[in-house]
Design a protein around this ligand. Sequence first.
Ligand SMILES: Cc1cc2nc3c(=O)[nH]c(=O)nc-3n(C[C@H](O)[C@H](O)[C@H](O)COP(=O)(O)O)c2cc1C
Length: 527
Amino acid sequence: MPTNANAEAAWTYHEATKHSYTSVRTNPHFLDFANQPLPFKVYPALEPSRMPTEVRQTGVAALSAIAASIPVQTNIAPDLQAVAQLLYLSAGITRQRKYSGGEIYFRAAACTGALYEVELYLVCGDLANLPAGVYHFAPAEFGLRRLRAGDYRSVLVDATGSEPAIAHAPLTIVCTCTYWRNAWKYQARTYRHFGWDNGTLLANLLAVATALGLPAKVVCGFVDATVNRLLDVDSQREVAFSLVALGHDSGLSAQPASPSPTATQVLADVSPLGFETVPLSRDEIDYPLMREMHAASSLDSAEEVAAWRGRTAPDPTNTTGCPPPAGPIIQLTPLSDAEMPRDPIEQVILRRGSSRQFARTPISLTQLSTMLDRATRGIPADFLNPFGSQLNHLYLIVHAVEGLESGAYVFHRDRKVLECLKRGNFRDEAGYLGLEQQLPADAAVDIFFMADLRPIFDRFGNRGYRAVQLEAGILGGKLYLAAYAQRLGATGLTFYDDDVSRFFSPHAEGKSAIFLVAVGNSTKLRQ
Ligand SMILES: Cc1cc2nc3c(=O)[nH]c(=O)nc-3n(C[C@H](O)[C@H](O)[C@H](O)COP(=O)(O)O)c2cc1C
């Protein structure tokens, strides 16, 4: 029996993984460095083939790349160099730093605890300089390990109930998440991090795809068991979380095979691989709550997937889900294309790195407006239909923005205005809400993502929880890039869930805190 529709599991998980003043103080967890997981998945028996390392300069401004997407039916396929560019700028190693316990390999996108639990796989037909196959991306070697030779795209077409972008894609990137690599530090809250960390990675990937002229679509609706089997991951440890269709080939048929094969038939065609992988740690601690959440949000058949897809909200005219402003409003003043900084996407991704300290100096209303405007112009995703729908709402605590009184605001994306909810200096409160850290207290502005989970769960079942976290991660990743494109700093942050909702209430009554990004002037900024 499909379980996705009954959202009890998502509510249970959400409530059980909230941070509060008390939960943080009563949690006996400590970091066992002797048992720290490996940062990479290693297949010792498979030699990776290296990819070209030269970063092709597209010259496309980051602020354009994050805001736009390529029309769906543009016929184009990536070549190996484009594949290398997509992988490097979303999940490649961009910096490394020695510390007493070893070395940290920092990657292109921000990730909780720099633990990098997201793995990338390619499923492609024949591309220029890359034969058809299923590949694992090995960031340490900057190479690809071929897991299967031949064209397995039809398995993804079946798994997604013939999702049109997947059916026409020369290449699909499958993102998986590995529980233990992140749960070592964050315990059961890691399942939320899957969405956040996969999301920041996708913000980069989507922007680079746009800069390369590739249509891209994020797909969350798929038969989990089929995709996991295709990659041959141990689904007790690692699970497919999102797919990204890249490129378009109008010559491919979008029609499902008739009669459409059952998930069991598709699975039977995909043999297990049984490749050995190096254990991540001496031993792993299991947090069953996450696996329960994952199982309850899994889709079991192509029919269930096809029924899951569709309009985001029952009312297609309501793509924002926010009541009209009732308080004082401030018109945003974003830069136009002609006025905006033109730093290219490649440069901005390599410049990005989470701010470790903010100067308490102001940013301008134009900078803030440009970030909000550019980051929220729509994400091509199967759960955001029509294009431009959004599950999360943006609430702000403004500390230092020239031309804007300090206080709490809600962003009305459709009108490009901020509605003032309360005025005041809330630096201390923001520091507290961001888990008593200094960064949100010192930032110029803290941007909270909040969502009313009830209609999302009514519409998408438990899987809506994956979607809402992923969307917040993508929006947060875009905010990061929009900040660094303007030579500002940013950092993702975690938070005290219910205290955030209380702070923004009554306006945010009934909404849950999903994610937080702080923006300001970093005391250090790479060039
Ligand atoms: C979802 C998310 C949550 C984060 N939460 C925190 C946080 O609570 N405190 C903090 O200091 N950094 C936080 N960070 C920043 C990460 O520690 C940082 O991304 C990671 O160390 C990698 O470094 P980089 O972003 O400079 O590449 C967060 C990042 C993300 C993406």
